[in-house]
Ligand binder design. Structure first.
Ligand code: SF4
Ligand code: SF4
Ligand code: FES
Length: 338
């Protein structure tokens, strides 16, 4: 008989939960959910070794464990600190955490341009959210911001290094999803930059995923750039029979046109399953897909301002008997919701 694993009791902002040993504070908070989940700009549960770079997930450990109740002397990165039995953690209830997060945001924005009005990431950008929640009205930094020319990484992806926060997620994608590593971070400190080593194209079936994992608008989809603001689009879950990936995607509609295809994301804004370049860049017609249902969007998201109950399938589906059959469930649902 399998031995029962002893769970650890951890309390975060007054809410107690039992988790497996080895769980990080961040993942314990995610199991609780809601506002007490620390923001995470570099940790990505699907990318091995991620986390520990941005410091947005700092929390206060007010009680180390049942056995050693001393508090930890400094704020800790919740994505890199594992829970102990009886640990007590403060996130939004500790003024010093909120203060530290403000400082981290100020630091992240030192070199970051105020590009939101023209940035494709606006509306789904964690840095933008953090800026609103914790940003100071004025910056104390007196020196010139570092600036870079935009670089095309292949014909479908553009790197705008000015906006990069050096979270390393894209480097992990290149390392872990492709066979050869062609890009990484060159130099260190204020000179650090993402580079493809002599601007080589990252030519791999799954490299488009760097766009989805980038928490800011540094890596963008050139087939979508400047096509629309994300809050004017309608995301719809769809799938296709793809030989390279699961084929499960979100289609972003403008009217009846698919203007962007992305992987589906979970409540923590992480990709559920990585998708291939063909699904992302080449399948931009409704008839390439079997539609499922409108993507669930958090009420907190600006995308939800474009709230809709039912997706009205384009005429191409209604008029094509084959597509109609493939989408029969979805059509029935939208009829019911009318
Ligand atoms: S990356 Fe985010 S914060 Fe930066 S300009 Fe774009 S939307 Fe604004
Ligand atoms: S380009 Fe994006 S994903 Fe890559 S390190 Fe910079 S911010 Fe992170
Ligand atoms: S999410 Fe923990 S340090 Fe970045």
């Amino acid at each position: 008989m399998a031995e029962e694993i002893q769970k650890f009791k951890v309390t975060i902002d007054g809410i107690t939960i039992d988790v497996d040993p080895g769980t990080t504070i961040l993942n314990a908070a995610r199991q609780i959910g809601g506002e007490i989940v620390p923001p995470a700009m570099c940790y990505y549960s699907k990318l091995e070794g991620s986390g520990g770079k941005c410091r947005t997930c700092l929390v206060k450990v007010s009680k180390g464990s049942e056995k050693d109740p001393r508090p930890m002397p400094k704020l800790v990165a919740s994505c890199r600190t594992t829970v102990m039995d009886g640990m007590e953690v403060l996130n939004i209830t500790a003024p010093e955490v909120v203060e530290a997060r403000k400082a981290v945001v100020e630091m992240l924005l030192i070199n970051h341009p105020l590009d939101c009005p023209v940035c494709d990431q606006a509306g789904e950008c964690k840095l933008q959210d953090l800026g609103y929640e914790h940003g100071a009205l004025q910056q104390r930094y007196e020196f010139e911001r570092r600036t870079f020319e935009r670089i095309d990484i292949g014909d479908k992806i553009q790197l705008h290094m000015n906006r990069c926060i050096l979270c390393y997620r894209c480097v992990f994608v290149a390392n872990q999803l492709t066979e050869k590593r062609e890009h990484g971070i060159l130099n260190r400190g204020d000179h650090a930059e993402i580079s493809t080593f002599i601007h080589q194209a990252l030519d791999h079936d799954f490299i488009g995923n760097v766009i989805d994992v980038c928490p800011v608008g540094a890596l963008t989809d050139k087939t979508f750039r400047f096509k629309n603001r994300v809050w004017f689009t309608k995301p719809v879950n769809a799938h296709c029979n793809c030989s390279k990936c699961s084929g499960k995607v979100t289609l972003w509609y403008k009217g009846t046109d698919v203007i962007r295809v992305t992987a589906r994301k979970d409540e923590f804004d992480e990709v559920e399953e990585f998708i291939c370049n063909e699904c992302r860049f080449e399948r931009k017609h409704t008839d390439d897909w079997v539609l499922e249902e409108p993507t669930k969007v958090s009420d907190q998201s600006v995308i939800a301002s474009n709230h809709y109950e039912a997706f009205n399938p384009p005429a191409v589906i209604k008029n094509d008997p084959q597509l109609k059959e493939a989408n029969v469930e979805q059509l029935a649902r939208s009829e019911k919701l009318k």
